[in-house]
Design a protein around this ligand. Structure first.
Ligand code: HC0
Ligand code: SF4
Ligand code: SF4
Length: 572
């Protein structure tokens, strides 16, 4: 332990605690900008400076030491912080009223908090233009404040290294090497850089106008579906606490926006378990292409295509659940409604920016029609609800439409790391053993450890070895073990985003100050697990609508019809 004084108060903290963290134990607020807990503590912006004796030091990166006398709120400290923020603002494209991050911008809040009213250094600005070629992530370097939070996320957490600092001095900017577009480099479209960015320099490619246009078009029948993780986070955009599930209000809001049907991606998550579970059982029997790797995360798929092309045969051939649902809406559902599938527009609300890229992939289509036409992130949906003047908090609770509205607890946990593995194990155990599971929860695959292992012993003596990785840096660690033949596994779940889809690149952006004391991955996951626990049915194979769709249309898991609509292939 070390003892120090902060603003005249004595405090004792464990060795290795930063001055910033030590101050927080006394409820002393020090503003930050480049700091992002667990990701970036470079101390480069100097907003968090405090006085330590005669020196000003960056409290986010300097450790507390015995005998320190720290002052966090002197005239010198305040002036220094103001100067730093004014210099950042002097080179910033200040269009706050129309900025995508207006009211959710850390620079805007900081400027207000420091009572900055005039910027005496206003001068030359970089004129670089926006990179909007990627179908998922747009980049406006004129709003970038060079904090490096996105770079640390892409390099240290995701280990993709798609972006970095380029050029020097005044010309420094954050971009892919040689100032290429994000569309021209090995970016996985995960969008984790967006949720790390404190300002409006990185944001999703917006498709709101396309969706309004489809809704207004009288000739079109517009069908929406929502991913498991949306319900666990959408409320945050309307001031509802992090970790609150808003499923019924979300359905009500979508109806009021004018969608003709409101379906749940959870239905096809259950269907994925039937298809992928059957694939696992047949690979376990034949011993071929093991381990089976999950295929529902498009960030992970693109990462595998770029960095592990030798392992693509291990991927499940299942399309991701929302793509399966899109395909079924334009076939099974269109047939039931006696409707021309060309008139149907399928819209997916996803916590994910990579789903925008995925939906445009040529192979995710049938008879010349894309399975999913448009993808909106949770943030874009919130913007539409606000634009329509809907009072979200006071909406009634409504139910999804059928035939794609019923789901089990196994489906909703897809939204959190370990969820796909847990859902698959619940079903595969019962099918292979012919016995009812006594404990439904597989806790070994839950939680935030980067790579989790679970060994499932079946009553017939068979063993299934699984691993679960979340975040692409962790995926690398897991895959390298498999590639080097160090260990044998049967099943691998990978989700590109740390925490899984609940903290996907399209989810509401929570500021770095809140994230210092709360882990939003755990908070949103708890909303998902509570929804699972509240369901009467918690295993995918028990969903009666799943039984029905096999009887009426798909025949059997992995049948020829299901392959036509529900399966895909990969690009080496
Ligand atoms: Fe996910 Fe999904 S669980 S990838 O993270 O499988 O985006 O929420 O919708 O499709 O179901 C995202 C979330 C989905 C899909 C499902 C899977
Ligand atoms: Fe890196 Fe993901 Fe951002 Fe692409 S989207 S630059 S891979 S963090
Ligand atoms: Fe998208 Fe989920 Fe994959 Fe993140 S983990 S890229 S949100 S599918």
């Amino acid at each position: 332990m070390v003892k120090l004084t902060i603003d005249g108060i004595q405090v004792e903290v464990p060795k290795g605690t930063t001055i910033l963290e030590a101050a927080r134990t006394l409820d002393i607020h020090i503003p930050t900008l480049c700091h992002l807990k667990g990701v970036n503590n470079s101390g480069s912006c100097r907003v968090c400076v405090v006085e330590s004796g005669p020196r000003l030091v960056a409290s986010c990166s300097i450790m507390a030491e015995d005998g320190m006398d720290i002052k966090t709120n002197t005239a010198k400290v305040r002036e220094s912080r103001k100067t730093v923020v004014k210099l950042i603002l002097s080179d910033h494209k200040r269009e706050c009223t129309t900025c995508i991050r207006s009211e959710n911008c850390e620079l805007q809040s900081l400027s207000s908090e420091l009572n900055i009213r005039d910027i005496e250094y206003d001068g030359e600005r970089l004129q670089l233009g926006t990179d909007s070629l990627s179908p998922s992530v747009s980049r406006d370097p004129e709003k970038c404040i060079l904090c490096g939070r996105c770079i640390s996320t892409c390099s240290k957490v995701q280990e993709v290294h798609a972006i970095g600092f380029i050029e020097r001095g005044f010309d420094t900017t954050v971009a892919p090497a040689y100032a290429k577009s994000l569309d021209d480099v090995f970016c996985t479209n995960c969008g984790q850089c967006i949720t790390a960015c404190p300002v409006g320099a990185l944001y999703e490619k917006e498709n709101i106008k396309d969706v309004w246009k489809a809704i207004y078009d009288k000739e079109k029948y517009v069908v929406v579906q929502t991913a498991p993780a949306i319900r666990a986070a959408l409320g945050e955009e309307f001031g509802i606490p992090v970790g609150t599930s808003v499923t019924g209000k979300m359905v009500a809001a979508l109806r009021r926006l004018g969608f003709d049907k409101v379906f749940d991606t959870d239905f096809t998550a259950d269907l994925t378990i039937m298809e992928e579970g059957t694939e696992l059982i047949s690979r376990l029997t034949s011993g071929e292409n093991l381990p089976l790797m999950t295929s529902c995360c498009p960030g992970w798929i693109k990462f595998a295509e770029h960095f592990y092309p030798d392992m693509l045969d291990n991927l499940s051939t299942c399309k991701s659940p929302h793509e399966m649902e899109g395909a079924l809406i334009k076939s099974y559902f269109a047939e039931k409604m006696a409707m021309d599938p060309k008139k149907i527009v399928t819209v997916s609300i996803m916590p994910c920016t990579a789903k925008k890229f995925e939906s445009a992939r040529g192979e995710l289509s049938n008879d010349g029609l894309q399975d999913v036409d448009l993808v909106l992130t949770t943030r874009e949906l919130a913007r539409m609800i606000k634009e329509a003047g809907i009072d979200f908090e006071n909406l009634p609770v409504e139910e999804f439409d059928n035939p794609f509205g019923e789901s089990t607890g196994a489906a909703v946990i897809f939204g959190v790391t370990g969820g796909v593995a847990e859902a698959a194990l619940r079903t595969v155990f019962e099918i292979l053993s012919g016995k009812e599971l006594e404990t439904v929860n597989y806790t070994a695959v839950r939680g935030l450890e980067g790579v989790k292992e679970a060994v499932i012993e079946l009553p017939n003596g068979m063993t299934i070895n699984s691993i679960v990785a979340h975040g692409l840096g962790n995926a690398r660690k897991a895959l390298d073990v498999v590639r080097n033949g160090e260990k044998q596994y049967h099943f691998i779940e990978v989700m590109a985003c740390p925490g899984g889809c609940v903290t996907g690149g399209g989810q509401p952006i929570v500021d770095s100050e809140y994230r210092m004391d709360h882990d939003i991955r755990l908070q949103r996951a708890s909303a998902i697990y509570a929804e699972d626990e509240s369901k009467v049915l918690r295993k995918s194979h028990k969903n009666p609508y799943i039984t029905k769709i096999y009887e009426e249309f798909l025949e059997a898991p992995n049948s020829e019809v299901s392959h036509k609509h529900l399966h895909t292939h990969y690009v080496k």
